[in-house]
Design a protein around this ligand. Structure first.
Ligand SMILES: Nc1nc2c(ncn2[C@@H]2O[C@H](COP(=O)(O)OP(=O)(O)OP(=O)(O)O)[C@@H](O)[C@H]2O)c(=O)[nH]1
Ligand SMILES: [Mg+2]
Length: 158
């Protein structure tokens, strides 16, 4: 799986998604600091909500392959400003969580993530497991980065 950095407001479901991706039992645990486990970097929602932590998010992104912006379907508005993704030197995708709770508002969440700059958006519900298959397939997708780097490597003797 490609390594990921999860970013989103308090309570949107980043830790629950991480537990799902790892096949762990789901249990509530407030994220207090950056937590890295098996290629997933989980962040406290406060890191998005307070400007002073923005550089911590950018620094953390250098350690991963992919940045994942997480927005809950049952929340009005967003903490992601338009173009937020451009702060990262990494591919940025979006995940809408809690889709089972608020199917009607899912489109707003997708719109917010697109506006923030997510190249793709996946809708999931971590409690029921809906939509997880597509997201996991994306995380396992070979983006060809390794091959591209090899292709640009100067040949010996040049
Ligand atoms: N129905 C539903 N509930 C969810 C989903 N994801 C998370 N929750 C619930 O939302 C609450 C908050 O989830 P967390 O995973 O702790 O949220 P977080 O984004 O990690 O929050 P912070 O660590 O505070 O930033 C928990 O009670 C979860 O059970 C989901 O996809 N569907
Ligand atoms: Mg958390």
């Amino acid at each position: 799986m490609r390594s990921i950095l999860l970013i989103g407001s308090v309570g949107v479901g980043k830790t629950t998604l991480r537990q799902r991706l790892h096949g762990h039992k789901l249990r509530y645990a407030k994220t207090q600091a950056l937590e890295t486990e098996h290629g997933v970097v989980d962040t406290p929602g406060e890191f998005l909500e307070s400007r002073i932590y923005k550089s911590a998010l950018i620094n953390a992104s250098y350690a991963v392959d992919l940045v994942v912006l997480v927005q809950a379907a049952d929340v009005r508005g967003t903490r992601f400003p338009p173009g937020f993704a451009s702060a990262f030197n990494r591919e940025v995708i979006g995940v809408v969580t809690k889709c089972g709770l608020a199917k009607g508002r899912r489109d707003d969440a997708v719109w917010h993530l697109r506006l923030a700059g997510a190249s793709k958006v996946f809708c999931v519900d971590s409690l029921t497991g809906d939509g997880l298959e597509e997201l996991i397939a994306e995380l396992h997708r070979d983006d060809g980065t390794a091959q591209d780097l090899a292709a640009t490597k100067p040949r010996a003797g040049r």
